[in-house]
Design a binder for this molecule. Structure first.
Ligand code: PMP
Ligand code: GLN
Length: 389
């Protein structure tokens, strides 16, 4: 075998795989990896089954099934007031992560710098490195997990090719405000920096807040790839279907990569979604449905030794655990899975410099009984010795 010169020499197995495997091994409740443990939208599932029996089983067009792209354009118009062309601005992708990866492949050349905020969703930095780019990491402010725009200003230089943002944010649940977006817009004006906006949690925003999509800001959108996922909207993460919205010239380049990578996506789910996306109450009700789960979990955790941090969106809420003791988050997450029967994700895994603020991430996109049972187990912890038996 020829020696392989790894493109990702410092990358191990994704923390989601690690924690889900540990949860399965110990029969633990999995509040780690972000996926619902309740059934997906039944009507949508029936439409997908029907699409298969109706014979929608051959290749879809490279950019996506046109009625689905039309339905997405109509939804964008309704939600964000932006008139986009299904032919020129919307490309269906096999998931949100693929859209992000393809956007990086489209723009990056060796040595280009990309600004990434940490904690960062775990695919971003490996995506940048695999595409020859150089990640420039900026920590979010702890514990609010907000962006310090002064730090961004200082990080921008002639090598900066792109910035990747994610709101609502995984793993912390923070959201970007209108003022944040205006700061970003000011910083990028008169530069040639691209923006990749990961908005897979667009319909999971709580407490009456509104999602500030980049699609609402024409000046910023003119330099952006905005990435979405149906998995998060219809509770079907296993469908791995998403889309990338970008200006015409960027979409044309994006498709040059996409046509020789996936070429096109699974047809039956596209056919099903084209019909289902018209029912706007399905996605408009998602925030209140998931907010109830967040609130139930926070309520059930109130007597636990965890200090719950703010979550304004996404599937996730984070917590510190000073009452349990000062122990690395990875160690605590491992022990909690083994001895208390609850799997979580150590937020330290989303930093590439070993930073550990001793925070755990909990996924509350679970059945109420799952959340109650997990919170009961976690509330039984009184001291470190209970966990490190
Ligand atoms: N970005 C973020 C922030 C995510 O949390 C996820 C997935 N959970 C994705 C992208 C990927 O979405 P998909 O599964 O559609 O690839
Ligand atoms: N996005 C999900 C999470 O944050 C997991 C996706 C994955 O397993 N790659 O937990």
């Amino acid at each position: 075998m020829p020696p392989i010169n790894s493109k990702l020499p410092n990358t191990g197995t994704s923390i989601f795989t690690v924690m889900s495997a540990l949860a399965a091994e110990h029969g633990a409740i999995n509040l780690g990896q972000g996926f619902p443990d309740f059934p997906m939208d039944e009507e949508l599932a029936a439409l997908a089954a029907k699409a298969i029996t109706d014979g929608h089983n051959q290749y879809a067009p490279m950019a996506g099934y046109m009625p689905l792209r039309e339905a997405i354009a109509a939804k964008i118009q309704r939600c964000y007031g932006n008139s986009l062309s299904p032919s020129d601005n919307i490309t269906i992708t096999p998931g949100g992560s693929y859209a992000i990866y393809t956007a990086f492949t489209t723009i990056l050349r060796p040595g280009d710098e990309v600004i990434v905020f940490e904690p960062a969703y775990d695919s971003y930095i490996p995506n940048i490195i695999a595409n020859g780019g150089v990640p420039v990491r900026i920590p979010l402010e702890f514990p609010t997990y907000r962006i310090n725009w002064e730090k961004v200003k200082n990080a921008i230089n002639s090598k900066t090719k792109a910035i990747i943002i994610n709101s609502p944010h995984n793993p912390t649940g923070s959201v970007l405000t209108h003022d944040d977006i205006l700061m970003l817009q000011d910083l990028l004006r008169d530069t040639s920096i691209f923006l990749i906006s990961d908005e897979v949690y667009e319909h999971l925003v709580f407490d009456g807040l509104k999602h500030n999509s980049i699609l609402k800001y024409p000046e910023l959108f003119s330099r952006s790839f905005v990435c979405f996922s149906f998995g998060k909207v219809y509770n079907c993460t296993g469908w791995k279907l998403g889309y990338c919205v970008a200006p015409t010239a960027l979409t044309a380049e994006f498709r040059k990569i996409h046509q020789f990578d996936a070429f096109c996506c699974f047809t039956p789910t596209q056919v099903a979604l084209a019909a289902h996306l018209q029912k706007e109450e399905r996605y408009l009700n998602l925030s209140s449905f998931m907010q109830q789960k967040r609130d139930l979990f926070l309520h059930e955790m109130k007597d636990s030794p965890f200090t719950m941090l703010n979550s304004s969106g996404s599937y996730f809420v984070c917590a510190t655990y000073e009452k349990i003791g000062r122990v690395p988050a990875m160690e605590l997450a491992t022990q909690l899975t083994k001895t208390m029967g609850v799997a979580t994700i150590p937020v330290a895994a989303f930093y590439s410099d070993g930073n550990d603020d001793q925070v755990l991430r909990f996924c509350f996109a679970k059945r109420d009984e799952t959340l109650q049972e997990a919170a009961k187990k976690l509330s039984a912890i009184e001291r470190m010795a209970d966990v490190f038996q």
